[in-house]
Ligand binder design. Structure first.
Ligand code: HEC
Ligand code: HEC
Length: 252
């Protein structure tokens, strides 16, 4: 007679314990799903759903450019010159060129600001938010804008076409020679940017990557991948999309 109630109690405790465990799993699951969604915000699904026409040129340029801010930004750029060069010309195998027309046309003020403030994980581009206040970082962006003038590009943020399988093949046939077989960039090939890294992909939109792949990065070995005379890199827009799909699927 005494055993029955305690057995019942154990069953109830068991069910209660299972419920607690299930809630914990659901909670953790949601957190992981939430984190995944957050990571895609920079360039993936978010941009496709809400921003299919891409940002307008005024969204791309939000900082007021004036000589006073540019002068202050230039003074702080000393911290960057060791890697990016005194004139932002970049150093092969060390840091990318900033003084590049197509790069600066496609890079929004927000992208430049966030890249400088938060760095690019996995590379020597550390978060500079610890050394510089927000207005100092803004001044550095203003310095780049006033020294290297470009019109804001119109980025195509429409949904990606193509497919990962095709992208994987194109990446290994064409891009990997300069960007590394895993997309690690400098640490692998001493040549191109680490375009396979999460640190790059989480901050760039598909429109940005499309634009640079299509038009190349002026002043560097990155030539336009569309309309090029050499067969090896004469891609279609869908093929470039396939490469981006592949890069996003393997981002690490
Ligand atoms: C120790 C070397 C180093 C220093 C110092 C440095 N960077 Fe960088 N920077 C890098 C590297 C490496 C990358 C990323 C390369 C990659 O993604 O593969 C990078 C990326 C960038 C990018 C993105 C460029 C692109 O092509 O996508 C910007 C913008 C940038 N840095 C600005 C700055 C500014 C502004 C400073 C100074 C406050 C600075 N960096 C200091 C090494 C450096
Ligand atoms: C001949 C070498 C070469 C090949 C092939 C190549 N790239 Fe590049 N790529 C570069 C170099 C060099 C840079 C700029 C690095 C710098 O500024 O120092 C670059 C930059 C880029 C950038 C801009 C990243 C940034 O923010 O600076 C993108 C996007 C890019 N490449 C995509 C691709 C894709 C996609 C392919 C294949 C379809 C490809 N590249 C093939 C050499 C190459």
């Amino acid at each position: 007679m005494e055993k029955k109630p305690s057995l019942k109690k154990e069953v109830i405790q068991g069910i209660f314990g299972a419920l607690v465990l299930i809630s914990i799993f659901v909670f953790i699951g949601n957190r992981i799903a939430g984190a995944g969604h957050h990571e895609e915000k920079g360039g993936g699904e978010h941009a496709e759903v809400h921003d299919s026409k891409g940002p307008s040129p005024s969204d791309m340029r939000t900082f007021t450019v004036n000589a006073e801010k540019a002068k202050k930004g230039k003074a702080d750029f000393v911290a960057c010159a060791g890697c990016h060069g005194a004139e932002g010309e970049g150093k092969s195998g060390i840091a990318p060129r900033l003084n590049s027309t197509t790069f600066l046309a496609a890079a929004s003020d927000a992208f430049l600001f966030n890249t400088i403030k938060n760095g690019r994980s996995g590379t020597t581009m550390i978060p500079w938010g610890g050394s510089f206040k927000d207005d100092q970082i803004e001044n550095i962006v203003v310095y780049l804008r006033s020294s290297f003038k470009t019109e804001a590009a119109t980025l195509d943020e429409s949904p990606l076409k193509g497919n990962e399988e095709e992208g994987k093949k194109l990446y290994s046939d064409i891009c990997s020679a300069c960007h590394g077989s895993s997309g690690a960039g400098y640490q692998e090939t001493a040549n191109g940017t680490g375009i396979g890294r999460m640190g790059f992909l989480e901050k760039t939109t598909n429109g940005f990557v499309r634009y640079l792949a299509k038009h190349g990065k002026t002043g560097t070995a990155m030539k336009p991948m569309i309309g090029a005379k050499t067969a090896v890199s004469n891609l279609t827009e869908t093929e470039i999309d396939s490469v981006i799909k592949y890069l996003r699927s393997q981002a690490w």
